[in-house]
Design a protein around this ligand. Structure first.
Ligand SMILES: C[S@@+](CC[C@H](N)C(=O)[O-])C[C@H]1O[C@@H](n2cnc3c(N)ncnc32)[C@H](O)[C@@H]1O
Length: 356
């Protein structure tokens, strides 16, 4: 059969040809499609220690390029791209950190969040290259796919790497922890435990804001010394204790309030429900469970970070996924909680509260 030739003359007179106007341009599509250019430029800058070098003081182009061992072909574009991306400042020929990159990307400062970006550069960046395979198979794409050593097992076996990882958790969750310390009605309760506490970022913020509270953090045994050092550095060792344990193997500690931050999204539905049931068991009548994550909006159309985090769980875990506030409230009610509500915290993070 002969192909029908499609020419403009065959188009009905009133057909609307696609037009590129000021209202309709491909700019947003192209900018998102190539967003990895900027992302990888920042990740490489963290990898080679650019911000740590500049934290010692601003440097002229020649010195900086030499210190970072940059090839003459790349140096100027790399550094100026970071200026244009808002990650560096430049005054004539001298480059300096911005206030934010100086605070958060200098490896020598406790506020360093680059540990997470180093991990994103070394692991997530290549693993996300197999996203299409994950979308088609539903299978994780990290080290486990090739039977290599489990990344998190390796971190937990090395106290220095573990400390860096837990410090990064504190930095990432500080905003949510401060918001929970300020907005939850803590005056109604006396004792709380943060389950999967990492370094103890949340218990420290809550205890600093509320003198009457005592409690602690529950986490795997190797986390203990790092939690205790951090709590001690805030002068809170008399009010915050570490409880070692595995939340799937042992009952959760008893307290008026339990917190689970960035825990539920790691697990499949059965794991999530197991943890909610354990929290319900450990709470007294009137006690509260606070769950926080990058909770997805109920319409699943706005919290892009939460939705992408869920795809990251697809890449990283056998069954983990992020969830909406409505999802979490319904699982909490199934577990027995009589009252639930969702409250926005900061950025993409919200908390879901269940009252027993
Ligand atoms: C993603 S981090 C969240 C840390 C912190 N709650 C926050 O919001 O930043 C998960 C934490 O859960 C802990 N964890 C993982 N599996 C655990 C288990 N089976 N029992 C107890 N803690 C566990 C990890 O050690 C880690 O500190």
């Amino acid at each position: 059969m002969a192909a029908v030739e499609q020419t403009d003359t065959h188009l009905p007179k009133d057909s609307k040809e696609p037009s590129i106007s000021e209202q309709s341009t491909p700019e947003q599509i192209l900018s998102l499609g190539l967003a990895f250019w900027g992302s990888k430029t920042l990740l490489s800058a963290v990898e080679i220690g650019l911000f740590t070098e500049l934290a010692k003081g601003s440097l002229d182009f020649e010195t900086l390029a030499e210190r970072l061992m940059l090839h003459p072909r790349s140096a100027r574009d790399f550094l100026d791209a970071l200026v244009a991306l808002g990650m560096l400042e430049r005054d004539h020929d001298r480059y300096a950190n911005t206030p934010e990159t100086d605070l958060f990307l200098d490896r020598t400062k406790p506020s360093y969040v680059g540990g997470l970006l180093e991990m994103a550069n070394a692991r997530l960046y290549p693993f996300w290259g197999s996203l299409t395979e994950a979308l088609r198979t539903g299978q994780l794409q990290n080290e486990a796919k090739r039977g290599e050593e489990d990344f998190f097992a390796a971190i937990y076996a090395d106290p220095d790497r573990l400390k860096g990882f837990l410090e990064a958790m504190t930095s990432i969750s500080l905003g949510a922890a401060i918001a929970i310390a300020n907005t939850f009605p803590w005056d109604r309760y006396e004792a709380f435990v943060d389950v999967g506490t990492a370094q103890g970022g949340l218990p420290v913020q809550v205890a600093l804001a509320h003198d009457h509270l005592s409690g602690g953090g529950f986490d795997l045994l190797p986390v203990g010394p790092i939690f205790e050092e951090y709590v001690d550095s805030h002068g809170l060792s008399d009010r915050l204790r570490f409880c070692p344990g595995d939340f799937f193997e042992e009952p959760l500690p008893q307290a008026d309030v339990l917190v689970m931050g960035r825990i539920l999204h790691d697990w499949d539905l059965e794991g999530k429900k197991t943890l909610l049931a354990k929290a319900y068991e450990a709470l007294p009548e009137g006690g509260a469970l606070i769950v926080y994550d990058a909770i997805i909006d109920d319409d699943r159309s706005e919290n892009a970070f939460g939705l992408l985090m869920s795809l990251n769980m697809l890449i990283e875990t056998p069954g983990g996924f992020d969830y909406t506030g409505a999802d979490c409230c319904s699982w909490m009610r199934d577990a027995g909680f009589r009252e639930t509500y969702v409250e926005h915290l900061v950025g993409p993070d919200s908390m879901v509260v269940g009252i027993k």
